[in-house]
Design a protein around this ligand. Structure first.
Ligand SMILES: [Zn+2]
Ligand SMILES: [Zn+2]
Length: 348
């Protein structure tokens, strides 16, 4: 009997999922379904924490009436955090294939402008640019792929094999710091990690947004925890089960705050040293980082410039960094002296 009930329930759930998949094709993929479930869970959790506070905390409601600006700032932070969450989760981490497309288009434009300088025929005032296939090169796609490969291979030391850095899944040559993400099934520039909560990769394109999201989430959790503590400390009469709910939510908030503060500090350290989580964790497995001493950050340009690049030098173009030469690495590994501290060597 139980087996029959279980089978019919499974049939019903399968039929429901089929129906959902028909209306929302993205739900047919279990990974996307799980990512959507986590997003909904996170938003619901935010509204539960906020709702319970405004339902039971009479002091907060009184305070809102007397000082509406105070609650308005808190609610603005709440909205901004959720907006930042969705902005980050829907942002591109910077896919290698997209970068290759940009390079190809730029290269094609450059070639076209070079050819336009050649004699062009004029008919009824319009300019007809004649493209000589022999001068353009063989197949344009082939020449574009070659230009991308050349551009990327110039970032590696001479003699590096193209095959070593060709992703077997995307069939594209990876620039330094890029990695294939098995969840997104794409190669990501300056790959940091795949965030399950955001349902996207964190890479060169969205690391800045990710840092801001952690920052806003930490501030929101801290402020909410302060509201919960002041409610529990107040002398107003309340039911025991309300206290239990409040204590449980406060405990969950406390765990979240510890996790978020550590994450914020960790990513701030990565930004200041121009590293990624992947590079830090898998340093010994990445061929070009294997022989470099632990305390040397090969891509760091000094704390100040790393921070400036992270905050302001983000352009619409994909940025790729070449591997430092042996001489540059030697310079970076030179021990710090008192003179270095005085001349701010870490900042230049
Ligand atoms: Zn790949
Ligand atoms: Zn990913």
């Amino acid at each position: 009997m139980c087996v029959l009930c279980g089978a019919s329930l499974r049939d019903k759930s399968d039929r429901f999922l089929d129906c959902c998949s028909r209306f929302f094709p993205c739900l047919s993929d279990p990974a996307q379904r799980f990512a959507l479930f986590l997003r909904v869970a996170l938003v619901v959790l935010h509204f539960i924490c906020l709702g319970i506070l405004f339902i039971f905390d009479k002091d907060l409601i009184e305070k809102t009436k007397q000082q509406p600006w105070y609650t308005a700032i808190y609610l603005s932070l709440f909205v901004a955090t959720l907006a930042q969450y969705f902005l980050t989760s829907n942002s591109s981490p910077g896919y290698v294939l997209d970068a290759m497309r940009v390079v190809n288009e730029t290269d094609a434009l450059r070639r076209t402008s070079m050819n336009s300088k050649q004699p062009a025929s004029r008919k009824n005032g319009s300019v007809a640019i004649t493209v000589d296939r022999n001068q353009m090169g063989r197949n344009p796609v082939e020449s574009n792929a070659a230009s991308w490969t050349k551009l990327v291979m110039d970032m590696y030391p001479p003699g590096t094999s193209v095959r070593t850095w060709t992703c077997s899944y995307c069939d594209v040559v990876q620039p330094p710091r890029a990695k294939h993400c098995y969840d997104c099934n794409k190669c990501v520039l300056q790959f940091d990690h795949h965030c399950v909560w955001l349902g996207t990769c964190i890479g060169q394109g969205n690391h800045f947004r990710f840092w801001w999201y952690i920052c806003e989430e930490t501030a929101l959790c801290l402020w909410t925890a302060i509201f919960y503590i002041s409610y529990l400390k107040s002398n107003i009469s309340k039911a025991w089960w309300v206290d239990v709910i409040m204590i449980l939510l406060l405990a969950a908030l406390f765990v979240s705050i510890v996790f978020l503060v550590l994450l914020l500090l960790f990513h701030s350290y990565l930004i200041m040293t121009n590293q990624t989580t992947y590079e830090l964790v898998r340093r010994r497995r990445i061929p070009y980082l294997r022989g470099i001493p632990e305390r040397v950050y090969p891509f760091s340009k000094g704390v100040c410039r790393n921070l400036y690049n992270f905050c302001f030098a983000r352009s619409i173009f994909y940025k790729m960094e070449r591997l430092p030469s042996a001489q540059e690495l030697e310079e970076k590994s030179r021990p710090y002296t008192c003179l270095d501290a005085l001349t701010c060597r870490c900042c230049c």
